[in-house]
Every structure is written in C-alpha cells, then in structure tokens.
Ligand binder design. Structure first.
Ligand code: ADP
Ligand code: ASP
Ligand code: MG
Length: 417
C-alpha cells in the first residue's frame, strides 16, 4: 500500500517525539508499504515565528510572514529525515517547492492549485521515505506561500490525492475525532467513522482536529482519511463516504469556535445596495465573512448589520468597514471580540425536526443568551458570550446524549420524510 502519514506539532514537539515518528514511519515501511511523511512545525513554533514578526510590525507584510512561518516545517522535516536515516532507512526531506506544490498567491491562506510531485514519486520509487514540510507551497510567481493555520493536514491529503495513495493517516494528540473536543468535555466519545460532509462542518465550525480544506480535498478526491494518535496504537476515526447508518444519528458532534469577532454597523440607511457595498469591500480584501444578521428599525428607515470575521482579520475588516460605512452615512461601528460560536452537526438533521428548538431550549434553560443564529441542512450554529462556551458545549453534549452509544439517535425527534 501507499500511505501518507501526517504528524502534527505535538507529535514532533521534541527530539524524542521526532524519533518516535521516525520509528512509526519505518515500521510502516518494513511492513511492506510505501510511506510518505508530512510534518508540521514543532508545537508552538509557528506561534513563536508569528510573534517574532509582530514585534517588528503590527500587521506584518504577508509575503514576508510566509517566508518566516514556512521555516518551522523545514526544520522539523529535515530533523525527521535525519531520525529515519539513523534507523537505517533511506530518507530525504522536501519543501513545498521541491515537490511542486503550486498554490495561488493568497499569502497566509493560499489554496493548492496542483502538485506535480515528480521528485516525490521518484524518491518513493527509489525506496526512500520522503519527509515533506507541510503547510507550504509556491505561488505562480515563485514566492513561498502558506496554507493557513493547520495547513499541514491539507498538504497531506492533497499529496495523498496527487500520488494516488491508498489512504492518508493524520496523527495528532487525540486518538480520533470525538463527539466534541475531548479536552473540554471528558465524556466525549470517539467516533469510529464520520462522513466527509459532517467532518467538513465540524472542521469549518471550529473542531481544529482537521483543517477544513483537507476535508474538502478528501471528499473531492475520495481519499480515505484516518485520524489517529501518534502516542498509542488505538484504532482511530475513519473519515469516509456517508452511509445509511450515519443518517440514523441526528447530532453526530458539537463544535465551538472562539476565533471570531463580531462587527456591527449601526444606523445604516435601509435601501437597496447597502449590504452589497459593505460586503463587496470585505470580499475584495479577501476577508471571510461568516454569519450575517440585519435588523431593520421599526419605522423601516435604518438598519444595523452585524457580521462575524476571523479574529486574525478583525483589524483589516474594521478598517475596510469604516471606509465603506463612512461613505454610506452609518452612525458608528461596534466591535466585540468576546464571542463564541457553538454548533451542532449531523446528517440526520436533514430528515428530523425539533433539533434547533431543542438546542435553543437547552441554552435558554442554562441562562445562555443567543446573539446570532445560522443554520444549514446539517448544522445549527449559535453565537453566545465567550464566557459560556464550555458550559454551552457541555450542556448540549448532555442534552443530545452524545456521551451514550448510538449518540444523538433519532428517538424523540420527528421524522420529516
Ligand atoms: P495537530 O497539532 O496534531 O495538528 P491540533 O491541535 O491541530 O493537532 O488538533 C488536535 C486537537 O483538536 C485536539 O487536541 C483537540 O483539542 C481538538 N479538537 C477539537 N474538536 C475535536 C474533536 N471533535 N475531536 C477530536 N479533537 C478535537
Ligand atoms: N505549523 C502550522 C500551524 O501551526 C501548520 C500546521 O501545524 O498544520 O498552523
Ligand atoms: Mg492541526
């Protein structure tokens, strides 16, 4: 088999752990497989590098920031290659550029366009265990780019797709995907499998165990992804195609996201084109807007528009909104950073009603106020005060009985089809 193994920051946090990764890769190879390893930077390293840049510049130039950040993965990949060689196998480290991982030019959140993988395929054929520096690529203009926080997951799945690997194994510090973050809710249960669509929602709604784009790749190219721990040999969670069994579960998991800020533009004139102006400005600046709520005054003359953006973009978004809102005659702009989005996710929601109302009732009965709501076919999200995040996740986990086997089964909900 051809297997891509990705090891996250905690799995390569120090020399002993890097040696552990090397041992696991060598074991897999000696069992008769071809192995490609993708590594993250040693844990804390990327934050340290960003901090360093910010001591010089409050909003660092993103091209330079990518050069700086990409160095973390270079170090861990070369160290891992050394460790594999010490165990007697051939190994070679590669940067994103060296494996032909071409991205667009959106620095700090670049998208992978293609991977030529020529040197990578050659190294595999020659019996090497290649160690690829995750998180990075090269733009068409030959500048180093990075793929957004957690981007090594996406490097790994995209490489697995490009070389036709049989599966992609994501090794992290928990032994699979749980019903919710096991570091917040000790009763969280490990899932044996989860559908691509549910995992996509879980990831994009804050479960950082996989980067959202990695799940998109996995779904689009049908790559089976196995999430496992590098610290034990427990069976992990398979991210795979949806099956009939998954439909029988109303809520498969709960996610939370504290990395968003809310911006409110107060007293805008309520007329056609206003929202278009505000959000065009943000889109042109490459800012990802998530939830949007508009309230119109009772006499219909003015409107307030609230929306959420990633905290990392809030300064950029504020500046951008001030420019447009000023021109449109808004009264003022408010910003709130202490918010969190809590979401319930499950494909079973498609065919059962009463799920959202149970979420709202549960939050209300614990005195948690809901500031914004959004829904899709397979999720309901509520923005709440950040100080209630853990409480909200815990009480929802209990209310939907996710700690029990057959978590979130459809009993008590009405079938709609
Ligand atoms: P790595 O450094 O290996 O990439 P991450 O820190 O990015 O690891 O992701 C693993 C973390 O994801 C876990 O430690 C856990 O706190 C968090 N997490 C959030 N939601 C979930 C979930 N539903 N299942 C498992 N882990 C989760
Ligand atoms: N090192 C990068 C980060 O911390 C990428 C990754 O670990 O996946 O975000
Ligand atoms: Mg990660």
């Amino acid at each position: 088999m051809l297997i891509v193994q990705k090891y996250g920051g905690t799995s390569v946090a120090n020399v002993e752990r890097i040696q552990n990764v090397a041992r696991r890769a060598v074991e897999t190879k000696r069992q008769g497989n071809d192995v490609v390893v993708v590594v993250s930077a040693m844990s804390g390293e990327t934050d340290k590098l960003i901090g360093l840049a910010k001591t010089i510049s409050e909003m660092p130039d993103e091209r330079e920031l990518d050069m700086i950040m990409s160095s973390g993965e270079r170090v861990s990949s070369a160290l891992t290659a050394l460790a594999v060689k010490e165990l007697g196998e051939k190994s070679i480290s590669f940067t994103g550029r060296q494996i032909g991982l071409i991205t667009d030019a959106a620095h700090t959140s670049a998208r992978i366009e293609r991977i030529t993988a020529e040197r990578l395929k050659k190294a595999i054929a020659e019996g090497f265990i290649p160690i690829v520096a995750g998180f990075q690529g090269i733009s068409p203009g030959e500048d180093v780019t990075t793929l957004g926080r957690g981007g090594s997951d996406t490097s790994a799945v995209a490489i697995a797709a490009a070389i036709g690997a049989d599966r992609c194994e994501i090794y992290t510090d928990v032994d699979g995907v749980y019903t919710t973050d096991p570091n917040i809710v000790p009763e969280a249960r490990k899932l044996d499998k989860i559908s691509y669509d549910e995992m996509l929602e879980m990831a994009s709604l804050g479960a950082k165990v996989l980067q959202t784009r990695s799940v998109e790749f996995a779904k689009n190219y049908n790559v089976p992804v196995l999430v496992l721990s590098s610290f034990n040999y427990n069976p992990g969670t398979l991210v795979t195609k949806e099956d009939a069994e998954m439909e029988k579960v109303v809520v498969a998991g709960i996610a939370y996201d504290k990395n968003q800020s809310r911006i409110t533009v107060v007293n805008l004139p309520d007329k056609p084109g206003i929202a278009a102006e505000i959000f065009k400005g943000l889109a042109d600046a490459n800012i990802n807007v998530d939830m949007i709520v508009q309230n119109v005054s009772s006499d219909g003359s003015t409107a307030d528009i609230s929306f959420t953006v990633p905290k990392t973009d809030v300064l950029k978004a504020l500046k951008n909104t001030e420019d447009t809102a000023g021109k449109l005659g808004a009264m003022r702009i408010d910003r709130r950073d202490d918010i969190a989005k809590v979401s319930i996710i499950g494909v079973g929601m498609r065919s059962h009603s009463g799920v959202a109302s149970k979420m709202f009732t549960t939050l209300a009965s614990h005195g948690i106020n809901i500031m914004m709501i959004s829904t899709s076919e397979i999720k309901v999200s509520c923005v709440v005060d950040a100080k209630y995040t853990e409480l909200a996740v815990r009480v929802l986990h209990e209310a939907f009985e996710l700690d029990k086997p057959y978590a979130g089964a459809t009993a008590g909900f009405e079938a709609t089809d």
